[in-house]
Design a protein around this ligand. Structure first.
Ligand code: COA
Length: 261
């Protein structure tokens, strides 16, 4: 992997932590950071030793305060669709990843930051987290999937309100609305919670976990029959060694040892 300028990576056991590392700009996502995220996730797809991913922002103040507004002067009607599609592609890569991805949201998650968190499978927030899609304040709308995923996660009426007012949501409201799974006192506690969740998931059969990702995402793909996807995925699981191991371990009253095969 080429030298990363805007992300820092650390690995503990089988868990990779990706930190968006532009603290002086509240970790705003410039095009270079997005490109690095894409590169890192492409490598996660190929790396069987990585069994879980945490994405967070450097420092305590912000997860990601949005796309980098300083690059917005380059945008026009001709090139903006590609700009949006490039961000959407990266967040779809995250959403479709068979390795579980947890966002640890430490502070502001605005615009592209809220969209990045929503592209992850699970979100754990610190108490100081603030979520929002403030694009309307700039005369635009979200372009990295925010109108779709916010509606999926909190429902149509609430999504309309936050997308139209640009208001920020505090962490307890985000929990109440189902935008986050957990709120913890601070970033350190949120990281611990994320590790606890990933510890449970990584003890399961990896092929089954990956197929859960496909099936849940199928709900939101209008070209796909999710029930058919589920039946096919169920059949795939039943052909794995891990299924034999899981059933045998249950009968033998022992902990299964899954190999991802
Ligand atoms: N893009 C580029 N730079 C950003 C940024 C963004 N989305 N968000 C924050 N920054 C930069 C600021 O310009 C500032 O840089 P500077 O010190 O060189 O002037 C630095 O990060 C700190 O931000 P600042 O605004 O001074 O912090 P604050 O505590 O006063 O306010 C926010 C925090 C998050 C409320 C405010 O930064 C903000 O509204 N950011 C933009 C949020 C947004 O609209 N995101 C969606 C973009 S589509």
């Amino acid at each position: 992997m080429a030298d990363l300028q805007n992300l820092s990576l650390s690995t503990e056991g089988s868990i990779l932590t990706i930190t968006i590392n532009r603290e002086s700009k509240l970790n705003a996502l410039n095009t270079e950071t997005l490109a690095e995220l894409k590169e890192v996730f492409q490598s996660v797809y190929d790396d069987k030793d990585i069994k879980g991913v945490i994405i967070t922002g450097a420092g305590e103040k912000a997860f990601v305060a949005g796309a980098d507004i300083s690059q917005f002067s380059e945008l026009n009607e001709m090139n903006a669709r590609k700009f949006a599609e490039a961000g959407q592609e990266v967040f779809q890569l995250i959403e479709n990843c068979h390795t579980p991805v947890v966002a640890v949201v430490n502070g502001f998650a605005l615009g592209g930051g809220c969209e990045l968190a929503m592209g992850c499978h699970i979100r754990v927030a610190s108490a100081n987290a603030r979520f929002g899609q403030p694009e309307v304040n700039l005369g635009i709308i979200p372009g990295y999937g925010g109108t779709q995923r916010l509606t999926q996660l909190i429902g149509k009426g609430r999504a309309f309100e936050f997308l139209m007012t640009g208001d920020m949501m505090d962490s307890s409201t985000a929990l109440n609305y189902g935008l986050v799974n957990y709120v913890e006192a601070d970033k350190a506690a949120a990281v611990e919670k994320a590790k606890e969740i990933l510890g449970k998931i990584t003890a399961k059969a990896p092929i089954a976990i990956g197929l859960v990702v496909d099936c849940v995402n199928a709900v939101f793909n209008h070209d796909e029959n999710g029930y058919q996807t589920e039946a096919n995925a169920f059949a795939t699981c039943c052909g794995t060694d891990d299924f034999k191991e899981g059933a045998a371990a249950f009968m033998e009253k022992r902990t299964p040892e899954f190999k991802g095969e």
